[in-house]
Ligand binder design. Structure first.
Ligand SMILES: [Zn+2]
Length: 324
């Protein structure tokens, strides 16, 4: 974590972002799907205010160290291991009247705020609207839709910029150093450090990728549907990963068809995908991607997976046939 903090603090993009949010309101929402990055930004935000040196954040003064190690008395974190409930909100309201112990300000970092119960969110409205002068709220949100509009209207909302693939690779490499595996994962993480960490730790990821390649290569007639649907159903809770990898592969195929193969950094993948790109029309690829996006939506509503898989495979065959 501390190496991530240092590296992120060195990137101009995030320096600018931190300057912007530090000048923002006393209550901010950091919106991002990358929870590790949210955490890093929240810490750097506090450091920017509390660092004891001129070049903030220095990372080595006592204050920076305490913030980094989660030992700062005036930084209170909620919602990390369980959703924020009314009792938490009541505590925050009371506690916000107590002066800071060691810092200039007092910080409430409210993680996964979209999971806070509506009652808990409601209880915070007043204190977020009119807090003590030394209080700062940092709400970390993955999905803005689940946050009460009355909360949103009282906060300043910032979209945390994503990493690009190269930044992501460098940051992660520095830490774990298994180059090949990292570059494979970084391609599929869409700039999301949390996602890359999951991919890296998920031993099934490469197997699922291999299944996708086999499917794209061998699915030719409706007789193949049965074979592949049973293999796909074995993935169970990894089905969503499967759909996401398929979407990324079809996007890469489209990239190759548009004569930009150099955008696919990994040579091995580039070769496999080039063969596939020659066997299908761009129109079919675009239609299949749309179909897969639809499947992703359906998964949000707990659709019956076996029904979804069969109709997806048949649809892919149909599109391939129609768009020859
Ligand atoms: Zn410092």
């Amino acid at each position: 974590m501390s190496s991530y903090l240092f590296q992120v603090s060195q990137l101009k993009k995030y320096q600018d972002f931190l300057n912007k949010i530090t000048k923002g309101s006393h209550a901010i929402i950091l919106h991002s799907e990358d929870t590790i990055l949210q955490d890093i930004i929240a810490k750097l935000f506090v450091m920017n205010f509390e660092c004891e040196n001129d070049m903030v954040p220095c990372m080595y003064c006592t204050s920076c160290q305490k913030i980094m190690d989660n030992n700062a008395l005036d930084v209170k974190v909620f919602g990390e291991n369980k959703s924020i409930v009314v009792e938490d909100s009541n505590f925050i309201v009371q506690d916000s009247f107590v002066l800071p112990y060691e810092f200039k300000n007092k910080y409430y970092i409210l993680k996964n705020f979209e999971n806070a119960t509506p009652q808990a969110q409601n209880k915070l409205l007043k204190v977020i609207e009119e807090p003590q002068s030394y209080v700062k709220f940092v709400l970390l949100v993955n999905n803005l839709d689940a946050v009460l509009s009355t909360i949103k209207s009282r906060c300043e909302i910032f979209d945390v910029p994503r990493f690009d693939t190269l930044e992501l690779k460098n940051i992660f490499d520095f830490r774990v150093g298994d180059g090949k595996k990292v570059s494979f994962g970084a391609e599929y993480a869409s700039g999301n450090l949390t996602k890359l960490t999951q991919i890296y730790e998920d031993d099934d990821f490469q197997d699922i990728y291999a299944l996708c390649v086999r499917l794209l290569t061998n699915l030719k007639t409706s007789a193949d549907v049965l074979e592949y649907s049973s293999q796909i159903l074995k993935l169970k809770d990894k089905f969503q990963t499967f759909v996401e990898i398929l979407i990324l592969m079809y996007r890469d195929i489209l990239t190759i068809q548009q004569s930009k193969p150099e955008l696919i950094e990994n040579k091995e993948q580039q070769n496999i995908l080039t063969v596939l790109a020659n066997g299908i029309s761009s129109k079919a690829v675009i239609n299949i991607i749309q179909e897969l996006q639809g499947v992703k939506e359906k998964l949000k509503y707990n659709a019956n997976i076996s029904g979804v898989v069969d109709s997806l495979l048949l649809k892919i065959l149909e599109i391939k046939h129609l768009c020859k």
